[in-house]
Design a protein around this ligand. Structure first.
Ligand SMILES: Nc1ncnc2c1ncn2[C@@H]1O[C@H](COP(=O)(O)OP(=O)(O)O)[C@@H](O)[C@H]1O
Ligand SMILES: [Mg+2]
Length: 332
């Protein structure tokens, strides 16, 4: 049985339909990522799960209990937001202790739990400083620790890393995944960043305009997008409409084709083939991305970089090929 179940949740603000008929089942211990463009309703849905916003209809079940109308503090949840709301006048350790003090736990126990948590998130050296002297990444680490120390059954994250720069975001992401593995909490993580979603999520729900387009594992969503919108949003796919397929490959198709950039191969002739012209070559970290032009259609081609890679000159004519099993046919 799933740990979190959302049933037919709908919400309107005035005339605006924010989301409708949202169903979702998150198994215990799973990190579910809600990913979609800005404004699609992610935060509102998260607030409904948290109890900060009432849904118009539908139900929120947490650990088998109907929590639809329960106040936030009764739901056993922890929350981490984009803008950390740390207490500026308290030290890091005092920030962590605060919630436990509200519960009137014995001082010894509070001290031990704060120490263990500081150790777990690598902030022991910063225990006695105030948030203002911390970096953005460290502050988010404190916010995370402050949520975790309450041992919530469910952790909700609303774009907690969006304000951080890329390198710190990557490190914090790894930290979060380690903590989730070690502590085994269930999470619902909201982001507009596809890459972050694929890395962090055990389960991904792709949201657009208040609806789920697809729910699945990262590999399912990435390799088998349910429709064009998922293919465009998640995979960075080449999406070719039937007239383009006919122009580029001389084949008739009633469905669109979605082709991963890494499935387009240069200089081989197995599968469907075409002649293409190189428009640009760019290095994306360990990937070489080549932009190609075929019959007025642009295609992206990704290959792993190698130390001995030779750059093909812009303007060169090459043959490209795609294996049939790497073409995804999309009806919607
Ligand atoms: N309290 C509110 N009153 C009216 N409209 C709102 C309110 N909160 C959010 N919205 C609208 O709901 C839509 C979804 O917002 P939100 O859930 O914040 O999306 P996201 O988090 O995906 O960016 C937006 O169009 C936003 O303007
Ligand atoms: Mg939001």
């Amino acid at each position: 049985m799933s740990f979190v179940t959302l049933q037919k949740l709908s919400k309107r603000f005035g005339d605006a339909n924010i989301f409708a008929d949202i169903d979702l089942a998150i198994p215990r211990g799973v990190m579910c990522v809600l990913v979609g463009p800005s404004g699609c309703g992610k935060t509102t849905l998260l607030r409904v799960v948290a109890g900060l916003t009432d849904p118009d209809s539908g139900r929120v079940l947490i650990d088998g209990q109907d929590m639809t109308r329960a106040p936030p503090q009764r739901r056993g949840i922890g929350m981490v937001f984009q803008h950390y709301a740390l207490f500026p006048n308290l030290t890091v350790a005092q920030n962590l202790a605060f919630g436990l003090q509200q519960l009137k736990l014995p001082r010894e126990e509070i001290r031990n739990r704060v120490r263990a948590m500081l150790d777990l998130v690598g902030l022991m050296e910063r225990a006695t400083v105030r948030p203002r002297v911390l970096s953005g990444g460290q502050r988010q680490r404190v916010a995370l620790a402050r949520a975790l120390i309450m041992e919530p059954k469910l952790l909700l994250f609303d774009e907690p890393m969006s304000a951080l720069d890329a390198q710190i975001r990557k490190r914090l992401r790894e930290e979060l995944m380690r903590l989730q593995r070690e502590l085994g909490f269930t999470g619902l993580f909201v982001t507009h960043d596809q890459e972050e979603a694929l890395v962090i999520g055990d389960q991904i729900a792709v949201m657009q305009e208040g609806r789920f387009l697809q729910v699945g594992t990262p590999l399912e969503v990435y390799n088998r997008p349910a429709n064009r919108a998922v293919a465009r949003f998640i995979g960075d796919f080449n999406v070719l409409e039937p007239p383009e397929i006919s122009r580029v490959f001389g084949q008739e198709s009633s469905a669109a084709w979605a082709i991963h950039p890494e499935a387009v191969r240069i200089g081989m002739d197995e599968g469907v083939t075409a002649r293409a012209r190189i428009l640009a070559v760019r290095l994306l970290g360990s990937i070489v991305r080549t932009e190609l032009q075929v019959a007025g259609v642009q295609l992206k081609c990704d290959a792993l970089n190698r130390p001995d890679a030779v750059q093909i000159a812009v303007g060169t004519e090459v043959s490209i090929s795609i294996l049939p099993q790497n073409i995804r046919h999309l009806k919607d």
